[in-house]
Structures are given as C-alpha cells and as structure tokens.
Design a protein around this ligand. Structure first.
Ligand SMILES: [Zn+2]
Length: 123
C-alpha cells in the first residue's frame, strides 16, 4: 500500500508551506498517535490528514471515481481505507485530539487552508 502511506506528497507540501508561512509550529507523521497523522499541531491538539481523494474515498468527488476494471476489488479496498480512517479519527478524538481532514482536490482553492488556519490561530 505504498501509495497510501506515501510521505511528503505534493498536497502535503502545500499545506506545510502554508503553515510555515503563517508561523504555525507542527510535527510530521507522529508515530505515537493513531494513524500517524500527516501534520500535528500539538499546541492546539490538532491532527491534520492530507487525503488523496481516490485512496481515501472522497464522497462526491470526481477524483475518487473508481476504475471500471476490477471494480469490486477497488470498491472493497477504498471502503476498507475509509473505515480505517474513521477508526483512526475516533481513536484520536477519544485521546482528546481534534481531527482535520484536508482533501487533495480542495487545495486548489484557499478556503480549506483558511479553515485550517482558523483551527490553529490563537484567539
Ligand atoms: Zn476530492
């Protein structure tokens, strides 16, 4: 499952660059937390996942369309990824973390990054 666990993907770099520019301190791929979150802002107990739309089954997203060959295989595979993401998120929440999912497709527009920044800004 190399494609799922791949690190330092371009969408992730976009998010990291953004946070760094805003002066937000974060850690990467923290192994001691459920799901090894891509980005962790410990000061705000926020775990950020940068999700590829296909692999994580983004609903109603063009990029998440399944290939027509081996449709059953892909359907099951993506479904189990989605289930795992859900379990990860509830484990994190149980441990007192907020979970923020950023979808690959949403990074084309600034809205989702602005929402992320709101989560990590001191009020
Ligand atoms: Zn998407």
């Amino acid at each position: 499952m190399a494609a799922i666990s791949s690190k330092n993907t371009t969408p992730e770099l976009i998010v990291r660059r953004f946070l760094r520019a805003k002066g937000v301190r974060y850690r990467l791929h923290v192994p001691t937390l459920p799901g090894r979150p891509d980005i962790v802002v410990a000061d705000h107990r926020l775990a950020v996942f940068v999700n590829g739309c296909f692999w994580h089954g983004h609903s109603n997203c063009k990029r998440a369309a399944l290939p027509s060959t081996n449709a059953v295989f892909w359907k099951n595979k993506i479904r189990s990824n989605v289930a795992r993401d859900r379990r990860t998120a509830s484990s994190l929440r149980r441990e007192g973390w907020k979970v923020f999912n950023l979808w690959q497709c949403s990074l084309r527009r600034p809205t989702s990054l602005v929402r992320l920044l709101a989560q990590v800004s001191d009020k």
